[in-house]
Ligand binder design. Structure first.
Ligand SMILES: O=c1[nH]c(=O)c2[nH]c(=O)[nH]c2[nH]1
Length: 298
């Protein structure tokens, strides 16, 4: 019986880094969570405990902090992840590949009664910007996205025309609440982009499509969001979504002698519909290793 080591990678997960830009008295902050993982000559580390090619996870963590200082900040999370990946692969001959995942938490300046504050911030919702950079030898891939973008429409959503079986109880509706928390991940073609501006644009396009699509199904809304993004951004090959259907059920108020003309709802937290799809260009270049270590949805 032969036994051997399969695919592997290792590193430090969730290195929490806050960078304060103090160039002026008006500070700017960047709050990120970095997971650094490396691949390479790690066979004998696993089989013999020979650590001569094992850059400690502690060193990877320290590198994240040191580079934030040496590079004068973090910049776009994609650029930070690419530079880290290049550092690890280019500076250590026994490291052949890297996966650098960065989540960014957004803060906005507090608006005080005497104007915007120089160094006080409040957290901007639960939304997180994400990126995963994969580097294999000289090849690099960037998959970016966001998680936790919560959206709701109080009308403009219908759901009917579905097959009925003996287990169907769901009433057809031409007016319901549509609510979801969007997780999106998109794959870039190439790695030289203005990542900050594309991120803002993709987010805005998703919000716009969600709001403006008169929805006959959450699936249709998802597709319209993806289509809008791909039409506007040739640098994006595909976009994947995972969207819960956060159900809002009309409460029966008749026991209290009241009607309920779509005003009072029970916001259920589970179970929820789980709608996932990829929207892609038919002429996009192949994904290579881009999704190899990114949890897919479908
Ligand atoms: O937009 C929806 N899509 C579904 O697939 C579905 N299924 C369901 O019960 N409600 C909904 N709503």
């Amino acid at each position: 019986m032969g036994i051997r080591l399969g695919d592997n990678q290792y590193g430090k997960a969730e290195v929490r880094l806050v960078h304060v830009n103090r160039d002026t008295d008006v500070h700017r902050i960047k709050d990120v969570n970095v997971t650094s993982q490396l691949r390479g000559e790690l066979e004998t580390v696993h089989t013999l405990g020979d650590n001569s090619t094992c850059l400690p996870t502690d060193t990877q963590k320290n590198t994240v902090y040191a580079k934030a200082r040496e590079w004068g900040g973090v910049g776009a999370v994609e650029d930070f992840a690419l530079r880290l990946a290049r550092h690890f692969v280019d500076e250590h001959e026994y490291v052949h590949g890297a996966r650098q995942e960065v989540h960014e938490y957004s803060w906005e300046r507090i608006q005080t009664s005497s104007g915007p504050h120089d160094h006080a911030f409040s957290r901007k919702g639960a939304e997180t910007r994400t990126t995963v950079v994969t580097k294999t030898g000289d090849r690099e891939w960037v998959v970016s996205g966001f998680e936790g973008l919560s959206v709701l429409k109080s009308t403009g959503s219908e759901f009917h025309g579905y097959p009925k079986t003996r287990y169907t109880t769901l009433p057809e509706t031409t007016d319901r609440i549509l609510a979801t928390d969007v997780t999106a991940r998109w794959r870039y073609v190439g790695v030289e982009h203005d990542f900050d501006s594309t991120y803002s644009s993709v987010r805005a396009l998703c919000l716009d499509a969600f709001a403006r699509t008169h929805s006959l199904a959450l699936q249709q809304t998802l597709y319209e969001m993806g289509r809008a993004v791909l039409e506007a951004h040739p640098e994006i090959a595909e976009i994947r979504f995972s969207m819960p259907n956060n159900h809002h059920f009309l409460v029966d108020l008749s026991p209290f002698g009241l009607d309920n003309p779509n005003e009072v709802f029970f916001a259920a937290d589970r179970p929820y519909g789980k709608i996932e799809a990829t929207v892609e260009r038919d002429d996009a270049p192949g994904p290579g290793d881009a999704w190899k270590t990114v949890p897919g949805f479908v």
